[in-house]
Design a protein around this ligand. Structure first.
Ligand code: NAD
Length: 346
């Protein structure tokens, strides 16, 4: 299966291949950027299928806490030491942390060299590896440094997901549910009945999600408008992640809770019925995702919305479902209504 990504500048178009990776051939040098965990589990199987002039493995420490400029410096140093030139290729081999960093390094090394994404987490396959958002965190926040830089190809292989811990798998499902609620009622209904342990279903999940992500990216590559819909659940999730210091929940888990909170707001505003809200919550629970969070202090939770880099000019932007399969972007919601919803989560 494959999905073409068609951008305004056709020279940046590329294809996402799903379970199509047979062999990769290049007549240039290739650097594979990965981490020790992914390398230990899957690097051999990748290298067996990789033919090129010379290959280099760049292994960076595993974890969101290493997604920073220090690690980018390490990557650049190894690229220079290995004498990669402007015709060389970088392969990102890992989860979203690796694809964000490898893509960013590719975008700045000698003003930009080709990169290919081979995502190994479900979250990266359905979301992070497609769309060209690359970057790192710094002390001011997450993903504040980066670039829009599209890969030349993406290869999603469901075989890599077999070693993924259960919570990491569910965190990826959360991002897929997010896209279904926003854009695709049929996919939502399919997910309600789907067993994702079935290989064919898992492949379908990746295909359907990438298709939706592709449409959002094609409509708005630089996230000036419509692509922001993918941030459904994230306004709440970012506050939850901050309050719990990124320790208690995986990102996808925080997004699951955030969706449930956004849905409560949508019900209050008459955009979603209580029954629909219940269906979304049941779907999240079906995949062992959390949907509840105890808001300790509603005032500080509300104030924290304004720290989000996506709240422009002190206006909070809520992405809300309009029924299942539709959305509304709202910047006009009265503080009292939001506080009422937060109180329900105390
Ligand atoms: P991650 O990259 O940290 O991977 C999660 C864990 O799984 C890591 O410990 C990793 O080493 C391990 N792992 C990876 N593949 C594995 C496998 N096959 N088997 C066993 N373990 C494996 O996290 P993630 O959830 O993949 O990605 C989260 C990151 O993605 C965040 O930094 C987020 O900002 C970013 N992101 C980016 C975009 C985008 O559009 N660029 C979108 C969503 C998320």
């Amino acid at each position: 299966m494959k999905i073409d990504i068609n951008l305004k500048d056709e020279s940046r178009n590329y294809t996402v291949f799903i379970n199509e990776l047979r062999e990769l051939k290049f007549d240039t040098k290739v650097a594979v950027i990965t981490n020790p965990k992914v390398a230990g589990l899957h690097l051999n199987s990748l290298l067996e299928n990789l033919e090129c002039k010379e290959k280099f493995i760049i292994s960076v420490p595993d974890g969101e806490e290493y997604k920073n400029l220090g690690t980018i410096e390490q990557i650049l140093e190894e690229l220079f030491t290995s004498k990669l030139d402007r015709s060389s290729v970088i392969i990102a081999f890992g989860g979203g942390v690796i694809s964000d960093m490898a893509g960013f390094a590719a975008s700045i090394y000698q003003r930009g060299i080709k990169f290919i994404n081979i995502p190994t987490t479900l979250l990266a396959q359905v979301d992070a590896s497609v769309g060209g958002k690359t970057g790192v965190n710094n002390k001011f926040g997450k993903n504040l440094i980066g670039s829009f830089y599209q890969p030349r190809a993406v290869y999603c292989e469901s075989k890599f997901l077999k070693t993924l811990p259960r919570r990491e798998f569910a965190a990826g499902v959360a991002e897929a549910i997010k896209m279904a609620v926003m854009f695709d009622k049929d996919m939502f209904e399919w997910l309600e009945g789907a067993n994702l342990k079935d290989e064919a279903n898992l492949q379908q999940l990746i295909y359907k999600s990438v298709l939706l992500k592709a449409k959002a990216v094609e409509a708005d590559e630089l996230e000036k408008g419509a692509r922001a819909v993918l941030n459904y659940g994230h306004t709440f999730a970012h506050v939850i992640e901050n309050e719990t210091e990124y320790k208690k929940f995986l990102h996808g888990e925080a997004v699951a809770i955030g969706m449930n909170m956004a849905n409560a707001l949508a019900v209050k505003l008459g955009l979603l019925s209580s029954e629909e809200k219940g269906r979304v919550e049941n779907l999240l629970l079906k995949f062992n995702l959390p949907t509840r969070y105890s808001v300790a202090n509603v005032d500080s939770f509300y104030e924290a919305f304004f720290l989000d880099k996506k709240s422009e000019n002190s206006v909070i932007k809520f992405i809300l479902p309009k029924g299942i399969g539709g959305y509304e972007m709202r910047k006009d919601i009265n503080k009292d209504i939001v506080m009422e919803i937060l109180s329900e989560f105390r």
